[in-house]
Design a protein around this ligand. Structure first.
Ligand SMILES: Cc1cc2nc3c(=O)[nH]c(=O)nc-3n(C[C@H](O)[C@H](O)[C@H](O)COP(=O)(O)O)c2cc1C
Length: 338
């Protein structure tokens, strides 16, 4: 990955230093940009919360060839890790790629590595469409995340997702905090549990599974599950919407204990290695997402860079599972931590 990272640094250096550890310190306050909002502490807490956990090494067992694959809504993935959505790569990364070019590389890279790509939504429906236009026959490998617009606007995008062949989608409900989107004529807003249930009902009417992204408390996880969510995604938007939140790994165990079993539990924020993935699984996640390092890999190596990045994460995860005695993803639990 060194060449890929070096090339990426050259290409996006105005916005991202491609630090040895992507931990939110060098880019604190860079929103818009690649960083976390304000002090950058929410982003940094994501990384440090995972770093604060340790894996219990076990080698007297027969889990020598661990299975990293998982099944998600009828498709088999090579690893329990997806690409998190990212919007406006030009504004946020100073990218020379168009949204469409970026999405094409992301989707192709994810498919090559046996996983799925989240794609983002912005103020302009055309930009959302540019991402969807890259899908072609790969709709089941792409999860579009729609912003919390008014219901009518959401339905327009749900129809676009169905037309593109997707069978799952999500909403980053925490985007209610994105200032730029709050200033629009038809702005994003916080959604009541009742409004969320209406949105999810529209998705289900179109046979789309629905992920509620941006859950950081047990009460909201329960509300999302009650509203019909097929998955809650424990996330603080990479620390980009509210300063001074805990790291996602801090709140994950209580959320998984409250709603796991009723709904899938996903998690993102600060996941940087296969060890971090295993920690998140041990803390209760079923699926983990990664954002910024994937964007770096694409800017350094395009489709191949993204695929290689996920392959590295998969190899690291496999090695961590082997050395903790975890034979498959479903067997991960708190006993892996010490
Ligand atoms: C530049 C940038 C743009 C993002 N845009 C979106 C978006 O459009 N929709 C969304 O749901 N999340 C968006 N996110 C949040 C990510 O999907 C994800 O929740 C978060 O970045 C995960 O943390 P990580 O970058 O530490 O892996 C964005 C994140 C970044 C850094």
């Amino acid at each position: 990955m060194k060449d890929i990272r070096d090339k990426a640094r050259e290409r996006i250096k105005s916005h991202c230093k491609v630090c040895p550890l992507c931990d939110g310190r060098a880019c604190a306050g860079k929103v818009p940009g690649i960083g976390g909002i304000g002090t950058g502490v929410s982003f940094q807490n994501n990384v440090s919360a995972l770093a604060g956990h340790r894996l219990a090494m076990r080698v007297l067992h027969d889990a020598n060839e661990p299975l990293t694959g998982v099944s998600l809504w009828g498709r088999e993935l090579a690893l329990p890790v997806l690409a998190a959505p990212i919007g406006s790569v030009k504004n946020n990364l100073g990218s020379d790629l168009s949204e469409g070019e970026y999405s094409e590389m992301l989707i192709s890279g994810c498919v090559a590595a046996g996983t799925m790509a989240g794609i983002g939504d912005t103020a302009k429906p055309e930009t959302f469409k540019q991402g969807l236009d890259q899908i072609r026959d790969r709709g089941r490998s792409v999860i579009p995340f729609i912003k919390p617009w008014a219901l009518q606007e959401v339905c327009v995008r749900l129809d676009m997702a169905v037309a593109a062949g997707c069978d799952s989608c999500g909403m980053d409900v925490d985007a209610a905090g994105l200032t730029i989107l709050r200033r629009l004529d038809a702005p994003v807003a916080t959604r009541t549990p009742r409004e969320l249930a209406a949105i999810i009902a529209e998705a289900h009417k179109r046979k789309l599974k629905f992920i509620v992204k941006g859950i950081m408390t047990v009460d909201e996880a329960r509300a999302a599950a009650d509203a019909g969510a097929d998955a809650v995604l424990v996330s603080n938007h990479g620390g980009r919407v509210l300063d001074h939140t805990p790291g996602t790994a801090e709140v994950l165990p209580a959320i998984a204990a409250a709603v796991g079993g009723r709904t899938l539990v996903m998690m993102d924020g600060g996941v940087r290695s296969g060890a971090d993935v295993l920690k998140a699984l041990a803390l209760g996640a079923d699926i983990v997402l990664i954002c910024r390092p994937v964007a770096v890999a694409i800017h350094g190596g395009g489709t191949d860079g993204a695929a290689r990045y996920f392959n590295v994460i998969r190899d690291e995860l496999s090695q961590c599972m082997r050395l903790t005695g975890c034979k498959d993803v479903a067997s991960a639990g708190a006993h892996l931590l010490c």
